[in-house]
Design a protein around this ligand. Structure first.
Ligand code: SF4
Length: 184
């Protein structure tokens, strides 16, 4: 990616990653070593903090936000490696539980009924079929099961949402897997 094409949104994500990583380190260290009078650079303070910091000023956040992207990426990597194995990945499986026929007109999307993509509109997959797929995913090594539904919004879909809630609960409680859903 060329530096000139990096958006503020991406930059913002990196900034957030550093702050988020920083505030999630409580479990690893018990002693607080906070911003001393010597260290005044907010990025350095964020990187050396060993417990959550809740009193960031707008100026501090602005300074971190304005740090060059490559520096933020590097520091985020360093921070990540302090607490995680960099070679470790999580295996996830994604299942489309309701394919095609979406009434929205997102130009890029194969699920939209407005686009000629050859994708046929289907009803939402039944509970048992989804659970079967989740079990297969677990057998194949996945620890997270993700479900996607091609809906424009959730208006008038109370029963569908309830069924998805039941799927999530079963997969969490019985299969002991993490879950996520995308319902648009
Ligand atoms: S709302 Fe979601 S599923 Fe529907 S067309 Fe847009 S991206 Fe595709």
């Amino acid at each position: 990616m060329m530096l000139s094409t990096i958006s503020r949104k991406q930059l913002s994500r990196s900034t957030f990653a550093i702050i988020s990583t920083t505030i999630n380190t409580t479990a690893y260290k018990s002693r607080v070593r906070l911003m001393s009078t010597v260290v005044t650079d907010p990025l350095k303070i964020a990187l050396s903090a060993e417990k959550p910091i809740h009193n960031w000023s707008k100026e501090d956040i602005t300074k971190i936000y304005n740090t060059p992207l490559m520096e933020l990426l590097f520091q985020a990597q360093v921070q990540h490696r302090k607490y995680n194995d960099p070679a470790e990945i999580q295996l996830c499986t994604l299942l489309s539980i309701k394919t095609g026929g979406c009434t929205e007109d997102c130009k890029y999307c194969a699920q939209s009924s407005k686009n000629e993509t050859g994708v046929k509109a289907e009803k939402m997959i039944k509970f048992d079929a989804v659970i079967e797929k989740a079990k297969q995913a677990k057998e194949n090594g996945s620890t997270r099961f993700c479900m996607g539904a091609a809906w424009r919004d959730m208006n008038g879909r109370k029963s569908g949402l309830k069924r998805i809630g039941e799927m999530v609960k079963y997969i969490n409680d019985e299969l002991k897997m993490e879950t996520c859903v995308t319902l648009d």
